[in-house]
Ligand binder design. Structure first.
Ligand SMILES: [Zn+2]
Length: 169
């Protein structure tokens, strides 16, 4: 999937998390930023990705050590990040946003023909039975749908309020 699709999905994850946890404005903004970043994080192994371009050296090292879509797209990577977040005593709501953001990335990449090495270091490729080409029409529609979903989730209380007002007239 393209960075855009991953970021939109991270945005939706963030929006749903803030709604579910009923967080205040500051926490909500932080949650959304964290979930968007973490939804892009697994592609650090890709030197041409949004992250890879920004952190060239880190990206190069990750790619050299593990290759693309291996360790950073696996359960062992997610477990490592959870452990690190736990060590620095990350508040639970930030942890939830980061972890679900990363999981959303892995799930979306399973929907591409290339799949992911979910059980790395085991070299088993996991691909969803239904998969789409990266950058294709489905990818683009998915990005749009996820983005619209995120905006709707965020502004749902206002939308409901407005419709109620409109209906009562
Ligand atoms: Zn990826």
């Amino acid at each position: 999937m393209t960075g855009k699709t991953h970021a939109s999905c991270g945005f939706l994850v963030g929006a749903l998390t803030t709604q579910y946890l009923q967080t205040d404005v500051f926490t909500s903004v932080t949650i959304i930023i964290l979930s968007v970043i973490s939804s892009l994080l697994p592609d650090i192994c890709h030197t041409q990705s949004k992250f890879g371009r920004r952190f060239k050296i880190l990206s190069f090292i990750t790619r050299l050590l593990f290759g693309h879509r291996t360790f950073t797209h696996s359960l062992s990577f997610i477990a490592t990040i959870i452990f690190l977040l736990y060590l620095i005593q990350t508040p639970v709501y930030y942890m939830v946003a980061i972890v679900i953001g990363m999981i959303s990335h892995v799930i979306l990449d399973m929907l591409t023909p290339k799949g992911v090495k979910l059980f790395y270091p085991l070299r088993i490729n996991v691909v969803s039975p239904i998969h789409f080409k990266t950058g294709g029409l489905v990818d683009l529609s998915l990005a749009t749908a996820l983005g619209v979903g995120a905006l709707y989730t965020l502004f749902q209380p206002y939308i409901n309020h407005l419709t109620q007002q409109w209906l009562s007239h």
